[in-house]
Ligand binder design. Structure first.
Ligand code: UDP
Ligand code: MG
Length: 337
């Protein structure tokens, strides 16, 4: 079964059309599928429409959240409700085009465990955002300690393994495209052209986007914490320069100015050094609190005959004649190591 998870917040104009498009894209490619709509506390008629849809089409599943929890909250509720062997995440406003779904499913059938939708182009009515998105991706690309596919949002497919790994992470400030990259597994990319919303207005506020961008950077980079070390180096150089200049000036007032400026920078650099050291500890505390696993196992390959022989030998040694079970299924470990 394939699950499609869609967060919905006040999308009454689009819901019915969207479901038709998703159903149209899936019905010829997969036999068993469900679309999990997560109603994120909509204040319009979205919930009624979704419930109506669910009564008419058994493929639709509706999750009702207790209030508006935001995009990431809705997605994580959807992820834990989805039952599919593979789960596709997409927005319900046609910005992630349903026509791309078969391509993602085929990539998964070809062996990919994570399929990432990467934007080839982007149509954005709001010009400020159109300018800020590339800037954000450039900053994230530069700062990130771990390679995260750029120009990729939540749109993509995850195999059950990857879904379970992401759910198990339990982080609170989630940047899903980053976590999806972080869990690893066999990745594939599907390119698509991102359209503008098919109707209604964007639901994410500017502030929530800033918070999301900060989540992205702080979850995947220690570099901002290390900024103080860089500033410490700069401040120390200025302090040294000031003090070195004193012998070369004849004017006592200028010499005093150099001396005082040097001293101020010196004290500043001591403070920056202390902040940097604190930063190193905070980074480690953050690591411990997030409690990310040290590694994730994708699969264990082990010779089945070998184990059977060993168990058989053990049985003979112990003087028992119990035959070893005839088949040892390949272990498929999805949990954290
Ligand atoms: N959404 C949500 N909760 C919110 C805001 C948005 O579930 O608090 C849903 C919304 O219905 C849409 C998706 O999340 O399906 C993305 O929202 P939007 O299109 O406003 O974001 P943008 O595409 O502008 O980043
Ligand atoms: Mg959108």
């Amino acid at each position: 079964m394939i699950s499609v998870v869609v967060p919905i917040y006040n999308e009454e104009e689009l819901i019915v059309r969207f479901h038709e498009a998703v159903a149209g894209a899936l019905k010829d490619v997969v036999n068993e599928w469900e679309v999990v709509y997560v109603n994120d506390g909509s204040t319009d008629s979205s919930l009624e429409l979704l419930k109506g849809l669910q009564e008419m089409d058994p493929h639709a599943v509706v999750v009702e959240l207790s209030r508006n929890w935001g995009h990431m909250g809705a997605i994580s509720a959807g992820l834990s409700t989805a039952r599919g062997r593979a789960v596709i995440l997409m927005d319900g406003d046609f910005q992630d085009p349903p026509e791309v779904l078969p391509e993602m499913i085929n990539a998964w059938r070809d062996g990919a465990e994570v399929v990432v939708g990467v934007r080839r182009s982007r149509q954005e009515r709001r010009k400020i955002l159109a300018g800020l998105f590339p800037l954000f991706y450039r900053v994230l690309g530069t700062l990130s300690d771990y390679p995260i596919p750029l120009n990729a949002g939540i749109f993509g497919l995850m195999d059950r393994k990857a879904v379970d790994s992401v759910i198990a992470l339990g982080e609170k400030n989630r940047y899903l495209p980053g976590l999806r990259a972080w869990v690893g597994y066999k990745n594939a990319i599907v390119y698509y052209d991102r359209q503008d919303r098919a109707g209604g207005d964007g639901k994410l506020s500017f502030l929530s986007r800033i918070k999301y961008a900060m989540d992205a950077i702080t979850s995947f980079s220690y570099k901002p914490l290390r900024l103080s070390f860089g500033l410490f180096g700069f401040s120390t150089c200025v302090a040294a320069l000031m003090e070195l200049l004193i012998p070369f000036t004849k004017n006592p007032v200028t010499a005093a100015a150099f001396g005082i400026t040097g001293a101020v920078f010196f004290v500043g650099s001591l403070l920056l050094l202390s902040v940097g050291v604190l930063g190193e500890y905070i980074g480690r505390v953050y690591d411990e609190v997030r409690n990310r696993p040290l590694s994730l196992i994708s699969r264990v390959h082990r010779s089945q005959i070998d184990i059977a022989t060993q168990v058989g030998m053990l049985a003979v040694q112990n003087g028992s004649f119990t035959l070893p079970p005839d088949n040892y299924p390949e272990r498929d470990v999805t949990q954290a190591a």
